[in-house]
Design a protein around this ligand. Structure first.
Ligand SMILES: Cc1ncc(C[n+]2csc(CCOP(=O)(O)OP(=O)(O)O)c2C)c(N)n1
Ligand SMILES: [Mg+2]
Length: 564
């Protein structure tokens, strides 16, 4: 049967194309550059929700968080020039985090192209290094083809963002075109020879270690992986900000291989004889700055499984590189069972060491933030989603919170600030029945605190914890190590965060003592509104295990000076 040709303007063709690929939610900030798209979305408003944000940076993080949670590409609309520049932070995050995303950006009409017309940018050049593919649709009748190409590229191999620029005259133009069916992503699978070699390497191992991470996993694939790790008594670690890939309470869980790694775990990874890396890229944060594995040929026998062929051998030469999708890989893996593995006790020790490491340590001040995280870990429902961006406040969360299931963590492996609030808004819109908590620093929060208005607008009752130490603490920590006592560019004067919440119509409270936290959290939940709890912590408490004053004293001692 011949596909039906329908005459529509470009904006409607685009909206229909998105709906055809299963898009239910898009994020963005409107611009006059894409009015026909807004018009097309108006026709589809019962099927495709356009979530309007307050800043494109927030919108782009929402698209990333939505994609992480749903497994489908996040869709973002931004206007030309200023919208495109504001939105870049979430696109970079999606690139580093291997998150599928499709970005649509307005473009000047072709009649003005290349004059540096109002807000004109060449997006192919600007977004070239931040995307898997950046292109421009010049003819309305080719929209279905470009959009289909975009979905296939964003989801293929190592997932990532793609960008399509939309010249204004192209969107206004009418064309008679047919819609295309839903995209279908091809996945590589391991060969029987790959799997036989993996089995042989594992059978000869004494101290193997499994490291999980990367984009493109699913709940089902991880459940099968877990069953396999159990059957083979293997210790499993997660890469940076992928801590929800393996239930942290599971006796095989060994901890996260990221920033602030447990030194015993770092040693374990270094001393592993066979290192089974499934999905992680082995980036700077996961390799302790490329020290846990030697570049380019690691001492460990490296089995590196990745969905993107170009990631194999990028830094490390694996003894056995396998290019495969994870569902396909885990299916083949389940046939491998080592009898009486000699490493059983090591697996148990690894978990015991994780439990010991994740216990809160003493900390100065009346509000013990580590105890707060431990309380949340015990009290929140198992499927609660916890979102965070970059900052030292996150190290308590990563260390003391036990992530219990797939996609209970939304956090940027790109180490980007400002992610927590927009990610939480997107998560609550995606999954209104789940408890969603954003954990932010005082610096991190105000990078996208304006999206609290989006939470209000869509009734997304998130709970934001603002961990206030009055500074860009992470940078201050590095400063005290490198230039002790010379505070420069790291102090912050903050607003009353509880009053900020109330100004938007939300629930706001300030917490200054450990015992005040649980009742305040319960009140925030009971309010049914988006809420902010400001946690006033002692600024000296800079990480879960050290203080600023101790760092300064140590740095001065190293330089042969005494503390001032
Ligand atoms: C978008 C962005 N800008 C700057 C940085 C550099 N940076 C990393 S952490 C940090 C400070 C975070 O401050 P805050 O949120 O208050 O957390 P704290 O470290 O004080 O706990 C900065 C400026 C970054 N990672 N991302
Ligand atoms: Mg701070």
């Amino acid at each position: 049967m011949k596909p039906e040709l329908k005459t529509r303007h470009g904006g409607r063709i685009l909206a229909d194309a998105l709906a055809g690929h299963g898009v239910r939610v898009a994020f963005g900030v409107p611009g006059e550059s894409f009015l026909p798209v807004l018009d097309g979305l108006h026709d589809l408003r019962d099927r495709l929700r356009f979530v309007i944000c307050r800043q494109e940076g927030g919108a782009s993080y929402m698209a990333d968080a939505w994609a992480k949670l749903s497994g489908e590409p996040g869709v973002l609309f931004v206007t030309r020039g200023p919208g495109a520049t504001n939105g870049s932070v979430g696109v970079h995050t999606a690139f580093q985090d291997s998150t599928p995303m499709i970005v649509f950006v307005g473009q000047v009409g072709s009649e003005f192209a290349e004059r540096e017309a109002f807000q004109e940018i060449d997006y192919r050049r600007m977004y070239g290094p931040l995307t898997k593919w950046a292109a421009q649709i010049d003819r309305a009748e080719r929209i279905p083809e470009y959009v289909s190409h975009a979905f296939h590229t964003a989801t293929a191999g190592r997932p990532g963002p793609v960008l399509l620029a939309l010249p204004e005259d192209m969107l206004f133009a009418h064309a008679a075109v047919a819609d295309v069916p839903h995209y279908r992503t091809a996945r590589a699978a391991p060969s029987p020879a790959d799997m036989a070699e993996l089995e042989r390497l594992l059978a000869g191992a004494k101290r193997p270690f499994v490291l999980l991470g990367g984009g493109g996993w699913s709940k089902q694939a991880l459940a099968a992986l877990r069953a396999w790790a159990e059957a083979n008594a293997l210790p499993v670690g997660s890469s940076f900000r992928c801590q929800d890939y393996f239930d942290n309470r599971h006796p095989n869980y060994a901890g996260d291989v990221g920033i602030g790694i447990n030194p015993k775990l770092a040693q374990r990874v270094k001393e592993a004889d066979v290192l089974l890396v499934f999905g992680a890229r082995l980036g700077e944060m996961t390799t302790g700055g490329y020290t846990l594995l030697e570049v380019p040929v690691p001492k460990q026998t490296l089995v590196h499984v990745h969905a993107g062929a170009e990631e194999l051998g990028r830094v490390y030469q694996a003894a056995l590189p396998i290019n495969s999708g994870y569902a396909e890989f885990v299916l083949a893996l389940s046939a491998i069972k080592i009898k009486n593995p000699p490493w059983k006790n090591l697996t148990q020790t690894a978990h015991d060491e994780y439990l010991e490491w994740s216990k809160p340590q003493p900390m100065p001040g009346a509000l013990h933030y580590g105890e707060v995280i431990a309380w949340l870990s015990k009290t929140l429902p198992e499927d609660a989603i916890v979102c965070n961006g970059a900052g030292n406040f996150a190290s308590w969360l990563h260390r003391h919170f036990r992530y219990k299931g797939w996609r209970t963590q939304l956090a940027p492996a790109s180490g980007s600030m400002g992610y927590s609030v927009p990610a939480a808004v997107a998560a609550k819109i995606a999954e209104p029945g789940r408890t969603v908590v954003a954990i932010a620093g005082d610096g991190e929060f105000l990078m996208n605190g304006q999206e609290f208005a989006t939470a209000m607008q869509y009734g997304a009752a998130i709970i934001v914890l603002v961990v206030n130490n009055g500074m860009y603490g992470t940078i201050r920590m590095h400063q005290e190590r490198e230039y002790p006592g010379r505070i420069s560019g790291t102090e912050l004067a903050n607003p009353d965060f509880a009053a900020y919440a109330r100004a938007f119509g939300g629930h706001g409270e300030t917490v200054a003592r450990t015992a005040e936290f649980a009742p305040a959290f319960e009140r925030a939940l009971a309010s049914g509104k988006p809420a902010i709890l400001e946690l006033r912590i002692d600024p000296d408490a800079i990480t879960p295990s050290t203080t600023l004053s101790a760092l300064r004293a140590a740095a001065l001692k190293n330089r042969g000076q005494s503390p001032i």
